[in-house]
Design a protein around this ligand. Structure first.
Ligand SMILES: [Zn+2]
Length: 435
């Protein structure tokens, strides 16, 4: 099995962003693999609208009146500037302390990291004109780095969008050193209809066909990245799972899904649930795999389910001798879409050690991928799936604790989250014991 899983991963290790013909080509390769196993996938096509930056410009206006242009990308789904662009002052916000926040009004603000909803809310209240986030590290060169295109998160839309850009860290340093008197920036969008697809394979359970375990992984990548780690490694584990169940019919139904377009806002998983609202009640839990296969890094299991479930997973790890840490949190991946339908999930990822984080960069390729790691991950996924689909009583209660529901609502934004209008089922506590 080890050799095959590695070769399968090599075969889909090419950049395959949402809606591109490379994503389609990856889907076709996966369809061939599934047919090779002896199963037939349903190809479920979906479309979504995306506002993609067609023009993104940033110029520093210096003290002596001269100008210096910087390469930036516009943040997808952020707000536009007027056609003629905007000229404002510039401010470097080193931290979200109260002094700094009094100085950002009407300015384009440079910040280091990704924005949390709470931070963005502060910036909005403080009246920023727009923001600039960084990509890469100060050690990058133009040759060895790519300028990523960020996405304005859904949960920020409730607060109102502003124009937003991404700049290379090395250019952020140059921009600061130029001490601009003002900055000129322009961001314009075009609306695109994106076509993508999910691949769905159903292995019907022999005892409880109406009780469904979804096992899924996204197969798209971000631009530049070959997506071996994120998340070709998850997609090939789903193929291994199909191979495993091909000749071992489970008690409950396994629905294996290879999702398209996860990287652009969990589009595949959201489209799947919207198209199969009838299945909502039948899906007992979702098992998600996102990121893995690297020789460096630790296995992380995100338990988006009851306290009991995390305890159960920890016991299972001890029983089967699998090295992983658990955390009771939401994972920013396709499992979150299921959580938003009140469905508990277990998401398996892999954390890179410091400095080894190459997610969403050109360094996510086969270089660090290891056959043995992939094989162990695949075996654990099969074991975990088995314990669920063949259990006498399904081990994961179908509800989400209050704190996780809150996490899900904050992740999608109150206006977008389905949990707001369709709260998850309440917990059924065991009856107290008495004679
Ligand atoms: Zn991923």
């Amino acid at each position: 099995m080890a050799e095959k899983i590695y070769e399968r991963l090599e075969r889909i290790s090419f950049s395959r962003p949402s809606g591109t013909k490379e994503e389609r080509r990856a889907a076709e390769i996966l369809i061939r693999e599934i047919r090779g196993i002896g199963l037939e996938p349903e190809v479920e096509e979906f479309t979504y609208l995306r506002r993609y930056p067609k023009e993104a410009e940033l110029r520093a206006i210096l003290e002596d009146g001269s100008e210096e242009a910087f390469q930036v990308t516009g943040v997808i789904d952020a707000a536009e500037t007027p056609e003629e662009g905007t000229e404002t002052e510039f401010y470097y916000l080193k931290s979200f302390d109260e002094v700094s926040l009094t100085r950002v009004k009407g300015k384009l603000v440079l910040i280091h990291d990704r924005l949390s909803p709470q931070e963005y809310e502060r910036l909005r209240k403080a009246g920023i004109a727009g923001y600039l986030t960084t990509s890469g590290t100060v050690r990058d060169t133009y040759e060895n780095s790519d300028l990523e295109t960020g996405r304005f998160r859904d949960n920020l839309h409730d607060l109102g969008a502003v124009p937003a850009f991404t700049i290379r860290m090395i250019d952020a340093v140059n921009l600061l050193r130029s001490r601009p008197k003002k900055v000129f920036f322009k961001l314009r969008f075009r609306e695109e209809e994106i076509h993508s697809q999910n691949l769905v394979v159903t292995i019907e359970g022999k005892k409880y066909p109406d009780q469904i375990l979804v096992a899924g992984a996204h197969y798209d990548s971000v631009p530049f990245s070959l997506g071996s780690w994120d998340n070709g490694a998850g997609a090939v584990r789903i193929l291994e799972l199909l191979e495993y169940y091909k000749n071992r019919i489970p008690d409950r139904t396994v629905k294996a899904i290879l999702f398209g377009s996860e990287e652009t806002g969990l589009r595949g998983s959201r489209a799947f649930l919207a198209a199969h609202a009838d299945l909502g009640e039948q899906i007992l839990a979702m098992l998600n795999v996102d990121v893995g296969g690297s020789i460096l890094g630790k296995e992380i299991i995100f338990v988006t389910a009851s306290d009991d479930t995390e305890v159960w997973i920890r016991q299972l790890l001890k029983e089967v001798g699998y090295e992983a840490v658990t955390t009771q949190k939401l994972m920013s991946s396709d499992s979150a879409s299921f959580n938003d339908w009140g469905i508990p999930s277990i998401s398996i990822g892999q954390g890179a050690p410091r400095g080894g984080g190459y997610m969403h960069t050109r360094y996510d390729n086969m270089d660090l991928i290891d056959e043995k790691v992939l094989k162990e991950e695949a075996e654990f996924l099969n074991t975990l799936a088995d314990r669920l689909v063949n259990a006498k009583v399904f081990p994961i209660p179908r509800f989400l604790p209050e704190k996780l529901q809150k996490e899900v609502i904050s992740y999608f934004g109150a206006s977008q989250s389905r949990l707001v209008s369709h709260p998850a089922k309440p917990e059924e506590k065991p009856l107290p014991f008495h004679f």
